[in-house]
Ligand binder design. Structure first.
Ligand SMILES: [Zn+2]
Ligand SMILES: [Zn+2]
Length: 255
């Protein structure tokens, strides 16, 4: 209700200014996804559905994001299998498997209700990480860190593969070495995304998992591509489930 009132007031003020309200709303809803919570720091559970080959990378990623002042992540036993990677309400399930040579190294999907994240999944694709090019600690750290970062509501800092490295896993880069962890800007972004509090919480919610909309391992299941491309190395897709519910999927492509 308060969100609607806010939206109405926002539209009113934009109309007063003569701006295009729908465009502003679209931009807002695609860039401001976050977990609802009533205070900071909040603790987000990462369900461990990865094999021992990935445990160290999941642990590194969890520790890296926990440096943030607004949130902590904690690794808990997974509630699905690597292959299936079904979502659990209120947390993130992290999975690995040989998902096939579908072109992607990693994907992160979040269910969003309004602007609030309600659940997330991360998949890292061993069909590529078994290849010499990607079977390195640096690549595994980059992809795990980036995909979990997306489930926190973060987007990319930089979407050009060939420019100077920013030293963050949220960079697009052909050179994983300097980009294995978040950088100071990522933590600043999190502080900004989580600078307000909500009257309700979607973290650890006891609510049943929302429909995953059939989002799976192939591009045809991800909905509409809203940014990026396979050629650019990264894409974002949105599958509209109606009723202000959607699944947003970030895809990191092999190159
Ligand atoms: Zn909120
Ligand atoms: Zn990404």
């Amino acid at each position: 209700m308060s969100r609607k009132i806010f939206a109405f007031a926002a539209i009113l003020s934009l109309v007063t200014l003569g701006a295009a309200a729908p465009a502003a709303n679209a931009t807002h809803s695609w860039t401001n996804y976050h977990w609802a919570r009533t205070s900071n720091p909040f603790t987000l559970k990462l369900g461990d559905n990865v094999t021992s080959a990935w445990d160290t990378y999941l642990a590194t990623t969890s520790a890296d994001w926990t440096v943030s002042t607004v949130l902590d992540t904690t690794i808990v036993p997974g509630s699905t299998t690597g292959k299936r990677c079904a979502a659990t309400a209120g947390r993130v399930e992290v999975c690995n498997a040989a998902y096939g040579q579908r072109g992607w190294l990693g994907i992160a999907s979040i269910n969003v209700s309004g602007s609030h994240i309600t659940q997330g999944t991360v998949k890292v694709n061993d069909s590529y990480f078994s290849l010499a090019k990607y079977n390195t600690p640096a690549w595994k750290n980059v992809v795990m860190c980036q995909e979990v970062g997306h489930t926190l509501g973060l987007d990319h800092q930089d979407e050009v593969f060939d420019n100077a490295d920013l030293g963050t896993c949220m960079d697009y880069s052909n050179n994983p070495e300097p980009n294995q962890h978040p950088n100071a800007h990522d933590y600043t972004m999190l502080e900004s995304i989580y600078s307000h509090t909500d009257s309700t919480s979607t973290v650890g919610a006891a609510a049943p998992a929302t429909a995953d909309g059939g989002v799976g391992n192939s591009a045809s299941s991800w909905g509409t591509r809203v940014e990026g491309s396979r050629a650019k190395g990264h894409s974002t897709y949105v599958k509209d489930l109606g009723n202000d519910q959607r699944v947003v999927t970030h895809v990191l492509w092999a190159r």
